[in-house]
Design a protein around this ligand. Sequence first.
Ligand SMILES: CC(C)(COP(=O)(O)OP(=O)(O)OC[C@H]1O[C@@H](n2cnc3c(N)ncnc32)[C@H](O)[C@@H]1OP(=O)(O)O)[C@@H](O)C(=O)NCCC(=O)NCCS
Length: 166
Amino acid sequence: MPDAPFSIRRETPADAAAVAALNDTVFGPGRFVRAAYRLREGVAPDLALSVVAELGGRVVGSVRMTPIRIGDHPAHLLGPLVVEPAHQNRGGGRSLVAAAVGNARAAGHGLILLVGDEPYYGPLGFRRVSTKDIVMPGPVDPQRLLVAELRAGAAEGLAGVVARAL
Ligand SMILES: CC(C)(COP(=O)(O)OP(=O)(O)OC[C@H]1O[C@@H](n2cnc3c(N)ncnc32)[C@H](O)[C@@H]1OP(=O)(O)O)[C@@H](O)C(=O)NCCC(=O)NCCS
């Protein structure tokens, strides 16, 4: 099927309810116990980098970016990434990730971390990192801890505990 004409734009405060509803529908309450959620809890997403996908003026997709630290390195956590089930497999997810990564790069940020499937995120610039070097605040499948380096050398010496940004 050809890609649907999603309109990708930055998230605004007015999108909060629609984004929450989308995440409720797709992930359910189980999302609140995931390691990545612990990093996001009580921390506002960076709306300069987070984006939504609209169809017909309605929010049908979202990806958030939240500032974190990996040891001494400043970084952003990408996620949750979500597309409304009726509109999946039409390029919306990839467009959202590409836009969020592009926003981070344009803003001069160096690193993005996420917990997700390497076959999906690999072609979008992410690679696996060792859970021995990078310690999440909860259990994570070692195959699913991925980073993207936006500036050459930004991931040099990358190690330590992943924590909320100060
Ligand atoms: C994952 C998700 C955001 C992808 O969004 P989408 O708009 O459907 O994705 P795209 O259209 O950009 O890409 C679809 C392609 O990715 C593949 N894909 C989707 N999820 C995948 C995954 N977890 N691992 C590997 N490939 C995946 C599809 O099979 C499809 O492949 P094709 O292009 O060869 O047909 C969406 O399916 C979703 O919301 N899923 C439920 C929530 C979720 O799991 N979020 C990710 C958390 S890390």
